[in-house]
Design a binder for this molecule. Structure first.
Ligand SMILES: Nc1nc2c(c(=O)[nH]1)N=C([C@H](O)[C@H](O)COP(=O)(O)OP(=O)(O)OP(=O)(O)O)CN2
Length: 174
């Protein structure tokens, strides 16, 4: 229980743990039709959630939030991140010459082929740090609801793609 206070107080939790690091490959486009070469990052995710205190005096349980977020970052770890909503990047399923399930990715006259099981297809228009932050935040809100947590009034997700370059997404309550 929150004790009495003579001041207005607001509450938040912040989680920024090494467990929220994931290493993944991607490429983005910019300036309309310029497509980066394939490369990787050691991404690091942090979140802050605002909300009211529950009967435990928690905004959200650290443990439930940590476990839900690390499950999401683990899904992305050691994977090729592919956007399924990009207007110029094609992502098609195929069977490879050796019979394996593959994803054939195209951009103009460029073509990449990846083992399907080593990719994560994301419903985003570009795998920028900002849009990864939004996808992670939306997934986290669903996972928290499934665990019976009260939705935060605001969730801020930060995705740091290379030690100091951070995409931020702020999600309000819908
Ligand atoms: N606002 C954003 N800007 C950029 C993003 C982004 O997600 N949001 N992403 C990129 C590229 O992905 C690019 O890989 C990042 O830039 P860069 O510094 O070149 O990354 P490196 O890992 O190669 O870092 P080095 O220090 O150069 O080794 C661009 N902009």
């Amino acid at each position: 229980m929150a004790g009495p206070s003579s001041r207005n107080a607001t509450f938040a939790i912040r989680l920024n743990k090494a467990a929220f690091t994931f290493s993944a490959a991607h490429f983005i486009t910019y300036a309309g039709d310029v497509c980066e070469p394939l490369h990787g990052h050691n991404y690091r995710v942090a979140i802050e959630a605002d909300g009211v205190l529950d009967e435990n005096a928690y905004v959200l349980d650290f443990i439930a939030t940590r476990d839900a977020l690390s499950a999401i970052t683990t899904e992305l770890d050691h994977r090729m991140l592919l956007p399924t909503g990009h207007p110029l990047i094609g992502v098609e399923e195929a069977t490879g010459p050796l019979g394996g399930d593959e994803l054939v990715v195209t951009f103009g006259d460029r073509r990449w082929v990846f083992p399907k099981g080593e990719c994560v297809r994301l419903p985003v228009t570009n795998t920028t740090a900002e849009l990864l932050a939004r996808w992670i935040g939306e997934r986290l809100l669903v996972a928290l609801a499934e665990r019976g947590e009260t939705p935060p009034t605001r969730l801020v997700v930060e995705v740091d793609e290379c030690d100091g370059q951070v995409g931020v997404c702020r999600l309000g309550r819908s």
